[in-house]
Design a protein around this ligand. Sequence first.
Ligand SMILES: Cc1cc2nc3c(=O)[nH]c(=O)nc-3n(C[C@H](O)[C@H](O)[C@H](O)COP(=O)(O)OP(=O)(O)OC[C@H]3O[C@@H](n4cnc5c(N)ncnc54)[C@H](O)[C@@H]3O)c2cc1C
Length: 811
Amino acid sequence: MKSRTKVVVIGGGIAGCSTLYHLTREGWSDVVLIERNELTSGTTWHSAAQVTNFGMTQTMVGLKTHSINLYKELAEDPEYPINYHHGDGGMRLANTPEQMQAYRHFASMARGMDVHFEVIDAAECARRHPLISTDNLLGGLWDPLDGDIDPAQLCQALARRARAAGAEVYRNTPVTALTQHKDDSWTVHTDQGDIDCDIVVNACGYRVNEVGAMMGVHHPVASMEHQYFLTEEIPAIRDAGHRMPLIRCPISDYYCRQEKNGLLVGFYEQDCKTWGMDGIDPNFVNALCPDDLDRVMDVLEGAFARMPALRETGIHTVVNGPITYTIDGAPLVGPIPGKRNAFCIIGLRAGLGEGGGHGWLLAQQIVHGEACYDTWVIDPRRFTTHANVELTALKAVEDYQNEFRFHFPHEHRPAGRPAKTTPLTPVLAAEGAEFTVVNGWERVDYIKPAPDFKPTLSFNFDEAFDLVGAEVRHVAGKVGLCEVSGFNRFEITGADRHDFLDRMFCGNVTRRTGRVGLGYLLNAQGMVKGEATIANLPASDHGPARVWYGSAAASEFHDMDWLQGHLRRDEDVQIRSLTADQTILVLAGPNARDVLAACARGDWSKAAFPWLSVRECFIGHAPATVMGVSFSGELAYEIHVPNASLYAAYRALWQAGAAHELKLFGARAVDSMRLEKGFLHWKADLLTEFDPFETGLGRFVKLDKGDFIGRTALLQRQAEAPRKHLVTLKVDASHAPAHGGASLMQGAQVVGTVTSGDWGHRTGLNLAYAFVTPPHAQTGSRLHLDLCGALVGAEVIAPSPYDPDFTRMRS
Ligand SMILES: Cc1cc2nc3c(=O)[nH]c(=O)nc-3n(C[C@H](O)[C@H](O)[C@H](O)COP(=O)(O)OP(=O)(O)OC[C@H]3O[C@@H](n4cnc5c(N)ncnc54)[C@H](O)[C@@H]3O)c2cc1C
């Protein structure tokens, strides 16, 4: 074994083998994979190994396309061909119009990635899969490239190519401990000796937390038992003259593919079981859990009904193995939160299909610091302090029970809730709040008219539309109060804090005490990494002069890593998170100033406290920090209150508001209003795939201010033409919003992709943001939006259609 290398990948399943191979493809050949047993001896060896192109975001579709292309190339390698049934085709079934509509959206989204799904009716499903009945079937989504692969051959082929490029693989070498040094490098201890390296990668499948513990990390990954069986030969398959397409069924929770001349049928039963929660036998290697077909009887009935031939066929093998899950079902691929030089590729529940793509995106992140797609949907930092194995196990069970039932817009399933709350959560619930979930935080979505009010899950506008409209109109006409829980807030102190922030932001960062500014952080490639408000607070009995850095609730770990990672050792800067300590109460609307003045001492006039001011005060007797900022476009104040005083502040505001018709409003109203104002959402509209000029943020960039992260790359990019522009669109439809990912068409050509959309209740417009190719990005350009399969008109309009001069929020 070598004594030193650049990267040690721990684990030789598909995740590790793909990462190793792709590191060599990105140009790093001094890399090593260490496997405790033989390659593929974890989950990978017994995988059903279906390889679909289907995904619910463009990043997932793109990475799966990479897998498919790579696997095809490997299968056709004359020196080491592998078995890959590519292009059998696969269908996801549906028995409700809502599911069919959703499939049409996913097809619209995939089209932007040059992936072409078809939405077909029940008769066509039966024509393509001669074994199925069309009872209780409306149709399905057809993925022409679906197939399956030999998992062991795949991993061997990847390892073989990596070795040929200079990588080394050490088998039968358990990693026993990890030591990180002061310079952030590592020593990986194994029972065959130690190896020093710059970077470690945890690719340990269901043993993820054994290796996590070696670096003091608790990964939110839990395992479920998962079963499939293999049937005897089925004459109709043998005689069909073509391979059977794959089936994934959200009606009865099973999947099915051809295996030899029989079928492989896998189940997602309701009576499902977590696995390994109390530790894993060290000898569980190349092993399976005991069969338990009784458990799957509920779903088996559904499979029999759809494929009557199954009733007459014998089962010759049952496979029951552990499969890993995360809180939202997508894996954790990227930097390990709070650690340096440590990455993971874990929580893969469809690792054979996705593994090629995940290893590709991870290797890019390791080598270049960023991948070609925005990887937030798989970023390990998207879950923060609430993310633990117990919560993950609850979500894993829920997810497993709903394996093929995707989330609809605004759907938040109940398991593991509430995870993060404030003292106001029960108070707001008693007021009739319907809650949404943001990074585990319960946040008011809107106020329900009755406790049993439940809108239909759909890609159309739902029954909450008028309620949200009423909340918006009330804010615009009078005044509203909204709790923003979990807003990310760092306190940055130290003499060098402003110099440090100057380096982090691409524009000028205000240094004036008592003032607030908005800015953008770029990565080394000059792409948009983050968005934050900077508020300069004076020295007070709450501490020395300091900066409050505020950003999206989900960004806490991400932004902390980014900021800490760029601190110089000789810099006098300290950063601590106050995210869980304080909550924001937003007061918005023309009467907001009157309400504030009625419960907080001091002069709150426009002259004394103009837009973008910050001041410490008391709301009643509750200590608070008030900022004059607005996401709604109305006159508004963000009132930051320590959680211990939150209820006191809420009561004081409520009392003061009675004379001004104060009412509650929620996140959906905020989202509608921010679209009308031209404000963007991090990771919906602000992506690492575009630079600030393409994103329409040129006014926030100061190339002549001196050095900042991303400046060199941005200067180079100035010589190139922009690839796309973020535009505001008016959509000619009133039944549904434009959903993120939907394609914009000019004739048969995709010319843009929607990032977010909603109804603007003040303007009466159906609004969307989209990245569009330059020839179509001019105001007045007419395009077509593929809105869940229907082409509707869409026109590029000037940004900020509501109060374009910003007079209301500055009033
Ligand atoms: C029944 C079943 C059917 C499935 N069907 C499909 C499917 O159809 N399509 C699909 O895409 N996915 C499917 N999956 C999921 C897929 O198989 C997994 O997502 C994938 O195999 C996970 O690969 P991995 O590399 O993350 O983990 P693993 O294959 O478990 O690999 C982890 C490796 O790390 C090693 N390791 C652990 N600890 C150490 C240590 N301390 N030192 C060194 N090495 C260590 C282990 O020995 C192991 O080899 C299925 C899973 C199951 C259980």
